[in-house]
Design a protein. Sequence first.
Length: 168
Amino acid sequence: MSGAPPFVCIVGRSGAGKTTVVEGLVRIFRGWGVRVGTVKHDPHGEMRWDQPGKDTWRHREAGAERVLGVTPHGLWLAQRLERPPTLGAVLAWMEGMDLVLVEGFKEEIGPKVEVLRSETGLAPLPLPPERWAVVSDVPLDLAVPCFGFERIPDLAAFLARRLALPVP
């Protein structure tokens, strides 16, 4: 495989459960033999890299083969940047993966799964039409499939179909 792999952005407000969804998806896709990479986007530059319990560590512990953290001023792989990278530039680092799960980059063009939780607000983000699905702790009617947090395997199957991944 050459070039950037298929990807989906997992987006939502802070505390909604994006990392929990990424962890679940990584475990499922890895169980299906899919080489999964993850990207954690921190637009504020406050991320703590690969520390126990933090998002990038949780991605790696879930089984991601490659984990990349991105801030406006650098990437975790310790490369300084003159300006924030685009999602396309970040995905170039993921060559060789079968799938990339991106936590964040909600402003970039590409397929998205939005995570909504009652305690952080159920109003959807003003996203372009790339919202493929929603994960929520309550049923929502947003004209796209809505999955509960307990239905991450169903979300994985849905994404595999949409991305034409060769999985069971």
